[in-house]
Ligand binder design. Sequence first.
Ligand SMILES: Cc1cc2nc3c(=O)[nH]c(=O)nc-3n(C[C@H](O)[C@H](O)[C@H](O)COP(=O)(O)OP(=O)(O)OC[C@H]3O[C@@H](n4cnc5c(N)ncnc54)[C@H](O)[C@@H]3O)c2cc1C
Length: 351
Amino acid sequence: MANSKAENQNSILPFFETDSSALRERVRLWVEQEIASRDRVDGDLEQRAIARVRRLGAGGFLKYAVPEEFGGMRNTVQARDLCLVREELARGDALTDTMFAMQALGSYPITLAGNGAQRDRFLPPTARGECIAAFAITEPVAGSDVASLQTRAVRRGNEFCLTGTKSFISNAGVADCYVVFASTEPEKKSKGISAFLIEAKTPGLVVKEKTELLSPHPIGVIEFADCVVGEDALLGREGKGLQIAFATLDLLRCSVGAAAVGLAQRALDEAVQYSETRRQFGRPIAEFQGIEFKLAEMATELEASRLLVYQAAWAHDCAGDDSAADPRRQGLDRRQHYGKAIPRRARIADL
Ligand SMILES: Cc1cc2nc3c(=O)[nH]c(=O)nc-3n(C[C@H](O)[C@H](O)[C@H](O)COP(=O)(O)OP(=O)(O)OC[C@H]3O[C@@H](n4cnc5c(N)ncnc54)[C@H](O)[C@@H]3O)c2cc1C
């Protein structure tokens, strides 16, 4: 991998109180030594995914997904840390990035709304990479419109009985615990949705399908077939499920952009390396102005994208403002920059 760390560091320093370059450098070195040189494609996807979580835990990186009180790095979980770690992981290995992101996505609802027992039980092992987390809100009929979800949790005395289907659930079949969103009072619509923390081995929680994606990413469909849990599985108060879900997605949203920046950085690194080594007409193709223009444009768009992502993360952490992390802006950003960088790298290499 070509090293363009100097440009990366300069652009994001303004959004961090302390020097962020040490963390970036540590993640990058770790990816190169622990991940990139090892089992990139060999072996069963689920085993590789689990191994990634264990290694992320041993490397200390999952501490950025959990508060200090429960074995994490800082007092509160910071969007900027998640972005920095995800950018570097995605640049090196997409599966490792996915597994890191899922530890944050699946555990942050517990950080936000868990009671003492739930936090003590699940957060420290999540930070050590010993407990694998998942977040289950999407359903076949409820994607963007999550408030229309159909999974029901019916109270029966001190218990709830869950029925319904969740699709596109990352870590389905790999996770040790699932944060599940279900309707406890359907007549209240979005205000009748509650969150539950359910262990994977609970009877009635069935992994129905493992969905194969182009990218290495454990994902599938889970079904709740009369899955009975005690009321101690309730996460936060009844009816507050969507607030917990949206606050979690607000933290993670800009990190999706950061991962896209990491992938685009990798495409640029590869394009630079190829154009410096491929020779035509007696010289490296990087010396032709047409190629230089393409590389310069990629680098400029990537830098603009990176600045937007870290500004959004800073706004979340410091200004309590998620408008910069507006999904429409983030979506635009990802499509414009990541979407352009990869095809350009392919065009330079004539792929
Ligand atoms: C790789 C991957 C991993 C995932 N992991 C998880 C997970 O771990 N847990 C989980 O719960 N879910 C997960 N999901 C599901 C994901 O969150 C949903 O895909 C997402 O919520 C969108 O839902 P949908 O795919 O049903 O698209 P739809 O909601 O059906 O949208 C289809 C299209 O319509 C557009 N659209 C929708 N509404 C509007 C609107 N009002 N205005 C304009 N355009 C609109 C969308 O942008 C999209 O382009 C994952 C998905 C993927 C692809």
